[in-house]
Design a protein around this ligand. Structure first.
Ligand SMILES: Nc1nc2c(c(=O)[nH]1)N[C@H]1C(S)=C(S)[C@@H](COP(=O)(O)O)O[C@H]1N2
Ligand SMILES: [Mo]
Length: 362
């Protein structure tokens, strides 16, 4: 359903509100120093929950599969766990990452750069499970429903997202029940969630309770209204899908408590970070030591798994005391490279503008 209320854009002098602060406190980001870990420790994994974390008893939990299929079914968690098991290391990033850096600022969860993390997700492949239900001719989409409920811009809803039937039957999505080798914790979707490798966060439906095959394209709020690239309030826009390439660096030196401005001791500084894309492998990371004026290639670490972040390093001879602005930018194998300036859209989606880290060398 489409909402009659447009997403709001902050006025040029409008500060972050208590409502935005509340969202930011509930939905924490990953501290950038955690870019040091190949696999983000569970408690440091970024979090985004639109409504409340639902109270789901794993013993009573069921996944229902139905709609336009020949063989509807209901699975318990034990039945799901008895199916073929796969583990994938994947980087998840919220589509709204970078939103609070846009000018003017779209009002929603005010992420800066930190809504990204990498985990090992274990579950069973979606495609064979859906194929066993035997979708009928005319099936167009698979709609995934979470157990959480709320309202958004006046539309009451369960959290729902759809994949095309082609993507669901031919893709590499999982129904995951473990994260980093342990059962999913409540905040990450216990007991089971959808994982769609390479896609922005909104596709990975947590607290999955139902999968329904439809004969019409799904027009729920999270599909048709939210998660679109739009310029105008009433424009349908293009859907947000896969993660755009991005590199982040671990801010070097030490921070000031309030401003988080960095102080770095002069000499050789070992810059490092991660880069990822949901389209293709990362083929290049460049670093700028002068705010994006000039760029030099960083050294890429080993390729991990498709859609998992890749490490990069760069030696910086910090021999000029004073203020510097460090930037990093990634290029993936499709040739997509991060923009240096902003690519604004109304909902603040997919903002992969380069990161800027202000440091003072002493
Ligand atoms: N059921 C449900 N699934 C959801 C959400 C939600 O609010 N409800 N948020 C989505 C969004 S926008 C993101 S970015 C990811 C975040 O996953 P995480 O909290 O496990 O990091 O979950 C997605 N899945
Ligand atoms: Mo998100």
């Amino acid at each position: 359903m489409r909402s009659s209320e447009a997403a709001r854009i902050a006025a040029s002098d409008e500060a972050i509100s208590v409502d935005e602060l509340r969202l930011a406190a509930r939905n924490h980001g990953m501290p950038l120093e955690a870019l040091r870990y190949d696999i983000t420790p569970v408690g440091m994994h970024y979090l985004l929950t639109h409504y409340d974390i639902p109270d789901v008893d794993p013993g009573r939990w069921r996944l229902t599969i139905g709609g336009h299929v020949t063989a509807p079914s209901t699975l318990t968690l034990a039945e799901l766990a008895a199916r073929p098991r796969v583990t994938r290391t994947l980087t998840l990033e919220c589509a709204g990452n970078g939103r609070a850096r846009l000018l003017p600022r779209p009002i929603s969860q005010p992420w800066l750069d930190e809504a990204v993390s990498t985990a090992r997700w274990t579950g069973t492949p979606l495609a064979p499970l859906l194929a066993e239900a035997r979708p009928l001719d005319g099936a167009v989409e698979a709609v995934f429903t979470g157990a959480d409920h709320g309202t958004e811009r006046g539309v009451e809803q369960d959290y729902q997202r759809a994949l095309s039937i082609t993507e669901a039957l031919g893709g590499d999505a999982l129904i995951a029940y473990e994260m980093n080798g342990a059962p999913l914790p409540p905040q990450h979707g216990a007991p089971a969630r959808l994982i769609v490798p390479g896609w922005y966060g909104m596709a990975h439906v947590k607290w999955l309770s139902d999968l329904t095959v439809t004969t019409e394209p799904f027009n729920g709020f999270q599909q048709a209204t939210a998660y679109r690239f739009t310029q105008e309030p009433d424009e349908p826009g293009e859907p947000v899908t896969r993660i755009r390439p991005r590199a982040l660096m671990i801010p070097p030196g030490f921070p000031d408590f309030m401003t988080r401005r960095r102080v770095v001791d002069g000499g050789e500084v070992h810059l490092r970070g991660r880069a990822w894309s949901g389209h293709a492998p990362i083929v290049r990371v460049e670093v700028s030591l002068d705010g994006g004026g000039s760029w030099a290639d960083a050294h890429l670490g080993p390729e991990v798994e498709l859609y998992a972040w890749r490490s990069w390093t760069m030696r910086w001879l910090a021999d000029q005391p004073g203020d510097h602005e460090l930037c990093a930018r990634a290029t993936d194998a499709t040739g997509q490279v991060q923009p240096v300036g902003q690519a604004w859209n109304r909902q603040g989606m997919g903002n992969n503008t380069v990161q800027r880290v202000a440091v003072t060398v002493r």
